[in-house]
Design a protein around this ligand. Structure first.
Ligand code: ZN
Length: 548
């Protein structure tokens, strides 16, 4: 009979209901059109975009066209292109012929005039324009940010993770399909410069005094990674000697921040060194690496990571871990650049699986600390960030409707990965897994199941219940135990069915791994009652069920 319960939560749980209401909104047909691979998307394989637009800060408008190249997989006569109001598509042409189209909310359906033959490569041009939605709270709210710099020059940029790239240009706005390459021709007022993704290809001076900036991306690129940044930029750069040879690093900052940036961006090679060590080669040598000042905090735009953290360490000067280690590095440089591996190299197919980006990268902050300050420092950082866990909703969101899961995908996801590393208990093997993920899924879009499968195969652990517990459930497992005349009996409570994660504990200070049978109690026999302490790198609770 249970008489007395001592309940010790290792964590102080915060009962935040972050944005809970937003996620209770009913799903609509628009969510399905946006978030699923519709028949009007499925029949064509995107190969190339050329985005050619004129940006006008005077009236906050953009106008131009996007050329879309694609291969026909199976013939179909309707194509879905996405563009969100208030922007509008004006014309669509294929081989010079006007195509008819109509729209259903954000989805525009184009009637293909010409018969689409399987295997052939086609292209069409979509002309559009208007005043795109302005972002009120970038980068969390999507759209264009139009501001002025301290000298009164226009300074504007796009950011669109979640809402999608179709908030500012017409595209196939689903993550499963990436173009193999992309070209930009971005027109700006004559005194400003655009910085987009990939390689700088030159500038054209137009008769009306504007300039057109040309950029080219040589690698597959995800939709929300595409960006423009326009400002009164100055440039400096360096060459990093990395795993695949020379990597061009280019920095674009507002002219009055040049000296600060030259000093502060010395963290870039430190970031590259740490992440190439843990994750393998930087994934876009052909496109180079860029850090570009933006009028908001920052975002993982592929090969043009945007930066607005005020040239300070921490997250806007704050250590998110509360351990002191977060003051040692610029959170935005490290976190957003880390996404070049998990987000831009390995990309979720469905935003419900956004943990693939954020859990690994929240975790990577600890790896950065570990690389430069030692293993215990990195571990301390990762234990510190747990105070941000909310356990409000599962980390995995809702599939096929463009809905991501809980913000716990950051710190709780990182915590889960940190625990799996404890199980692997072999630093080289763990590093091989992280590098292996990047190699195996190089430039691919993936599902949670692919990541889980790879990790399971390479750790030799039954990780399924662990992923189910921490990605698909909100409960914190409780290690329930008691001593009786035979020794220690223990089991997992408050856990998903079949949860059997081994856990490291200290019995009167002696390190011991507890393994679990699939159901019911497990036993350590011939053990006198003693103090049981769970290793602090495990995010679990402990319940001592004291018998009589
Ligand atoms: Zn992130």
């Amino acid at each position: 009979m249970i008489r007395k319960i001592v309940f010790t939560l290792l964590m102080v749980l915060s009962a935040t209901s972050v944005n809970a209401q937003r996620f209770q909104q009913p799903l609509t047909r628009q969510d399905t059109l946006r978030g699923s691979i519709t028949p009007e998307r499925e029949w064509w394989d995107l190969t190339f975009y050329h985005l050619n637009i004129k940006t006008s800060p005077a009236d906050s408008s953009i106008n131009g066209y996007v050329l879309i190249s694609y291969d026909v997989i199976s013939p179909h006569d309707l194509m879905q292109i996405d563009l969100q109001p208030p922007l509008e598509i004006n014309r669509i042409t294929q081989e010079g012929k006007e195509l008819e189209f109509k729209h259903d909310g954000n989805a525009w359906f184009v009637h293909m005039d010409k018969e689409q033959m399987a295997g052939e490569s086609n292209e069409l041009i979509v002309y559009y324009g208007g005043k795109p939605k302005a972002s009120r709270r970038p980068p969390w709210d999507d759209g264009l940010t139009w501001v002025y710099d301290d000298n009164g020059n226009s300074f504007y940029a796009t950011s669109c993770q979640g809402g999608g790239a179709s908030i500012w240009w017409p595209c196939k706005d689903h993550m499963y399909d990436e173009p193999d390459s992309m070209r930009f021709s971005i027109t700006t007022p004559g005194d400003l410069m655009d910085v987009s993704n990939g390689r700088y290809k030159g500038v054209t001076k137009n008769p009306d005094g504007t300039k057109t900036w040309h950029w080219y991306v040589y690698n597959p690129i995800n939709n929300y990674g595409v960006n423009i940044n326009v400002g009164d930029y100055v440039h400096f750069g360096e060459v990093y000697e990395g795993e695949l040879g020379k990597l061009d690093c280019d920095y674009y900052v507002l002219n009055y921040n040049l000296e600060k940036a030259k000093e502060h961006f010395k963290q870039v090679p430190m970031m590259l060194e740490a992440f190439e060590y843990w994750f393998g080669p930087y994934p876009f040598y052909e496109d180079g690496y860029k850090l570009v000042e933006a009028p908001y905090l920052g975002m993982e735009h592929q090969s043009s990571v945007t930066y607005g953290n005020g040239y300070m360490n921490g997250y806007r000067g704050r250590d998110v871990s509360g351990t002191g280690w977060g003051e040692k590095f610029d959170f935005i440089i490290v976190h957003e650049s880390g996404h070049e591996w998990f987000a831009n190299n390995i990309t979720y197919r469905d935003i419900a699986d956004m943990w693939i980006h954020e859990s690994f990268i929240a975790y990577s902050e600890g790896l950065f600390v570990e690389y430069w300050y030692g293993k215990e420092a990195g571990f301390e950082y990762l234990r510190g960030v747990r105070s941000n866990i909310g356990n409000d909703r599962p980390i995995i969101g809702t599939y096929n409707v463009n809905r991501s899961g809980s913000g716990d995908m950051y710190q709780k996801g990182a915590t889960m990965l940190h625990m799996i590393r404890q199980l692997v208990n072999d630093d080289d093997k763990w590093r091989d897994i992280l590098r292996g993920l990047n190699k195996t899924f190089w430039h691919q879009t993936v599902t949670t199941e692919q990541i889980e499968g790879y990790m399971e195969e390479h750790t030799d652990f039954d990780l399924k219940p662990i992923f189910n517990q921490f990605l698909r459930d909100t409960r914190i497992p409780v290690l329930e135990y008691r001593f009786n005349e035979n020794g220690l009996m223990y089991r997992w409570g408050n856990a998903v069915r079949g949860f059997n994660m081994p856990v490291k504990v200290y019995l009167d200070g002696k390190e011991t791994w507890l393994d679990f049978t699939d159901r019911g109690w497990s036993f350590l026999e011939s053990l006198e009652p003693c103090e049981l302490v769970v290793d602090k790198d495990f995010y679990v609770a402990v319940l001592n069920i004291m018998g009589e």
